[in-house]
Ligand binder design. Structure first.
Ligand SMILES: [Zn+2]
Length: 264
């Protein structure tokens, strides 16, 4: 049985390269049915690698997975990582393909992981912007309960119980701009035990197997259980643009984006 993967990015989200050890390497077709379910959008001819540690974020908590590459130590990367998913027992499956079909990995081999830096930064900015919108809403309308968060490019939004209208848009925008301008630090801490401090969007990803809960806080003003990746300070998000406010079945959606986009 392959042990759970140590998710190094939970403690250090700045790493973009890491040397670690291959624990398993197999074709998608040889995965268990449950694991194949995690590989739904992955080409059937791809492979899945697990390693002792990872700096790749696995899709979850409303944040898309990292992409990047893996290769032998002191060589160019040989394997392109297109998607990363976490199994219920805590193994990170890195899906992708070899650049050269004659390449392979063996169990126990040392490999170097490289995470796509521009995509990670963009995802971290989008995710952190969600926290900033959340904090703005908490400060402006503390009675509104958050029900959902999505930090995917072009879909990023926070959803709340109750009704919000277009006239709220400039008010939220102003508070969000203020929080960005204040350049507040994003603080990561771990709470012992099954903490109940709200239901953050990444709460499940932030719960460790030893019962600790990862908490993300903006300037100590809020505390959200969260397993996502963040930028270090609110100003590093760039600017947050409140795009629109929409309503459906008593739930209001605050759609947002960050500027500049991924090209920057
Ligand atoms: Zn977060």
């Amino acid at each position: 049985m392959v042990p759970r993967t140590e998710a190094v990015y939970l403690d250090d989200a700045t790493l973009r390269t890491l040397t670690t050890e291959v624990l398993s390497f197999q074709s998608i077709t040889s995965l268990s049915e449950e694991e194949k379910g995690l590989a739904k959008n992955v080409p059937a001819e791809d492979n899945a690698i697990t390693m002792r540690q990872t700096i790749f974020y696995a899709q979850g908590g409303g944040q898309p997975s990292d992409t990047g590459a893996i290769g032998p130590v002191d060589q160019d990367p040989t394997f392109e990582v297109s998607a990363v998913r976490k199994t219920p027992d805590g193994r990170f499956l890195h899906f992708g393909k070899f650049l050269d079909v004659t390449s392979s990995f063996v169990v126990g081999q040392s490999v170097v992981q490289k995470v796509d830096d521009s995509k990670r930064n963009y995802h971290s900015r989008l995710h952190t912007a969600g926290h900033i919108v959340g904090l703005a809403m908490q400060l402006l309308m503390p009675e509104k309960k958050k029900v959902k968060a999505n930090h995917f490019p072009r879909e990023a939004s926070m959803e709340y119980e109750g009704l919000l209208y277009n006239e709220h848009k400039p008010v939220i925008q102003e508070k969000v701009d203020e929080l960005v301008r204040l350049d507040l630090p994003i603080l990561i801490s771990w709470l012992q035990g099954g903490a109940r401090v709200g239901d953050g969007e990444g709460a499940e990803e932030g719960r460790s197997h030893d019962g600790r809960t990862r908490i993300a806080s903006i300037g100590g003003l809020d505390h959200n259980p969260c397993g996502g990746t963040h930028v270090a300070r609110t100003s590093l998000v760039g600017s947050v643009v409140i795009r629109k406010i929409s309503r459906q079945k008593g739930i209001s959606r605050v759609s947002y984006d960050v500027s500049p986009g991924i090209e920057a």
